[in-house]
Design a protein around this ligand. Structure first.
Ligand SMILES: *[C@@H]1O[C@H](CO)[C@@H](O)[C@H](O)[C@H]1NC(C)=O
Ligand SMILES: *[C@@H]1O[C@H](CO)[C@@H](O)[C@H](O)[C@H]1NC(C)=O
Ligand SMILES: *[C@@H]1O[C@H](CO)[C@@H](O)[C@H](O)[C@H]1NC(C)=O
Ligand SMILES: *[C@@H]1O[C@H](CO)[C@@H](O)[C@H](O)[C@H]1NC(C)=O
Ligand SMILES: *[C@@H]1O[C@H](CO)[C@@H](O)[C@H](O)[C@H]1NC(C)=O
Length: 468
């Protein structure tokens, strides 16, 4: 059954290359929220902007403009939109006006003069088109497609010294300043984009999760840009740190519907869950050795041959009064399947029982097959992810025996009781819920989660906060 499933996975996907197992989308609502937040941050930072000194020479007079400070800045909210035509973003600012004060100084030979000035730059506009792509290493890459900047007018007034003498130079200065600003804005934008690009290039596409596995998050396709959202398709595979084996199955494609009334959407395919399960299984972490001291003291059944005699009559006769150990292990990696409304989990495990001889030798007694099917509901309630687990089917049967056949009905019943007790205990924890991820920059709000065929869909708004 599993092989048929994997074969059909393979058939679905071999034609289309690697399908993303995690999809991460930012909607226009999310983009506008980021833009509004960023404008506020930039506005706050403008106080700290420093300008370099400007030095030059005009008709033999050396001049310096220094100590420039922004005294007023009307920063209109920029406009930013997803642009499917260029697979990127259109960014524009218009009507930006800035007032700057500073000091001027001139010298002609030994004659020095100085004073202050006021400058106002009106209606600065910028139109920049950016494109996003995936590079060969699976990282996001951003580049500028085009950039245009313009400036409507510059007003300049000199005060102090012999300023009246060279107020006639204002036209020269304003033209010069206009040229400078025009010539510097687009290279400035390019430089910012280059800085972003270097930052993206340095980002890790593999995240260490714990000592057993890492999560591989390179982009598996180029970002998909729609006019209402951008969707990033990530590999979304857990990989065993030790074995580094890819799972013996591939990610099937899935279509995440992106609600535009939420800022972000995330889709996680069952492939991601199964790759984690496989990483644990493949690196030998899904097994345990259980001895009597691990059985809770209140439990009436002890792990010894006399106590187990009530279920396996021949056992104490053949091996009187010996302690036992159980080797419990997964026969297959636990298989998750996501169905509309719930998660299904198929567990195929085995238990090998041994008698501990007085000289510590382990003598094999029998092997049991324990198969269980569980289902879990998953939802978000008041900022916490909650879940409810249920055992749908539980069977225990004798697989092989060194001590002759015996009836497993009673053993199955106590194992069922044990499994139900464990699930009840786990549910108490699951009902308390787990906090949604939170960073110091963002907090998730209005989150919704649903289990769909083959993937979990999560959509959320976020509150951004600056940490100054
Ligand atoms: C973005 O800019 C490009 C190039 O200037 C233009 O072709 C496209 O229509 C613009 N798209 C949007 C959504 O404004
Ligand atoms: C049972 O296993 C635990 C953990 O491996 C070990 O510390 C303990 O000594 C064992 N007890 C017996 C009776 O073998
Ligand atoms: C086996 O378990 C019984 C309780 O069911 C206990 O009385 C007995 O001492 C145990 N024997 C050994 C060898 O631990
Ligand atoms: C340990 O004891 C068992 C049973 O008494 C015996 O069959 C086995 O050979 C012994 N093993 C060793 C290594 O002495
Ligand atoms: C439980 O599993 C057994 C063995 O795999 C199967 O025969 C039975 O139909 C299953 N029952 C349910 C309710 O799924």
């Amino acid at each position: 059954m599993l092989h048929a499933l994997f074969a059909s996975f393979a058939l679905i996907t071999c034609a289309s290359g690697e399908n993303p197992a995690i999809q991460l989308a930012l909607t226009d609502k999310g983009l506008q929220t980021v833009r509004h937040f960023a404008t506020g941050v930039i506005q706050d930072k403008l106080d700290e902007v420093t300008f370099p000194e400007v030095r030059g020479r005009i008709v033999g007079i050396h001049y310096t403009l220094s100590g420039m400070e922004i005294v007023k800045c009307d920063l209109p909210e920029p406009s930013i939109h997803f642009s499917p035509d260029v697979s990127g973003l259109n960014l524009s600012v218009s009507g930006l006006s800035v007032a700057v004060t500073g000091n001027w100084a001139t010298h002609l030979g030994v004659i020095h003069d100085s004073g202050t000035f006021e400058m106002a730059v009106f209606d600065l506009s910028l139109l920049s088109v950016l494109t996003v792509d995936r590079d060969s290493g699976g990282r996001l890459s951003v580049s500028t497609v085009s950039c245009e900047a313009d400036i409507e007018s510059v007003n300049l007034q000199f005060y102090g010294g012999a300023s009246v003498m060279f107020q006639w130079l204002v036209n020269f200065f304003t033209d010069n300043i206009k040229e400078r600003v025009r010539a510097h804005i687009c290279p400035g934008v390019e430089e910012a984009v280059d800085r972003l690009e270097r930052h993206l290039q340095a980002m890790d596409v593999s995240v260490d999760v714990n000592s057993v596995m890492s999560l591989e998050l390179p982009l598996s396709t180029s970002p998909d840009v729609d006019s209402n959202w951008i969707n990033f398709g990530l590999r979304g595979e857990f990989l065993s740190v030790e074995t580094q084996h890819d799972p013996p199955f591939v990610a099937p494609p899935f279509t995440l519907s992106i609600p535009t009334d939420h800022m972000v959407s995330v889709g996680v395919s069952e492939y991601t869950a199964n790759s984690a399960s496989f990483a644990y299984y493949d690196s030998g972490h899904l097994q345990a050795l259980i001895n009597d001291s691990m059985v809770p003291p209140f439990c009436p059944v002890r792990l010894n041959t006399s106590s187990m005699g009530q279920y396996i009559p021949q056992l104490p006769k053949q091996f009187p009064n010996l302690l036992m150990v159980l080797q419990v292990y997964a026969q297959q990696f636990p298989l998750f399947s996501f169905e509309p409304g719930f998660i299904h989990l198929d567990l195929r495990s085995a238990i090998k029982a041994f008698a501990v001889e007085p000289n510590s030798t382990l003598t094999p007694l029998f092997k049991l097959k324990v198969d269980s099917e569980l289902s879990a509901k998953l939802w978000v309630d008041r900022g916490k992810v909650k879940s409810l687990l249920k055992i749908d089917n539980f069977t225990l049967s004798l697989d092989s025996s060194e001590i002759g056949p015996f009836n497993t009905d009673q053993l199955e019943n106590i194992a069922k009781l044990g499994a139900n007790a464990a699930v009840t205990k786990i549910n108490v924890k699951l009902q308390q819920g787990f906090d949604l991820p939170k960073t110091k920059y963002a907090q998730l709000l209005n989150s919704v989660l649903s289990v769909e065929k083959g993937f979990i869909a999560f959509a959320s708004d976020a509150k951004l906060q600056s940490t100054s």
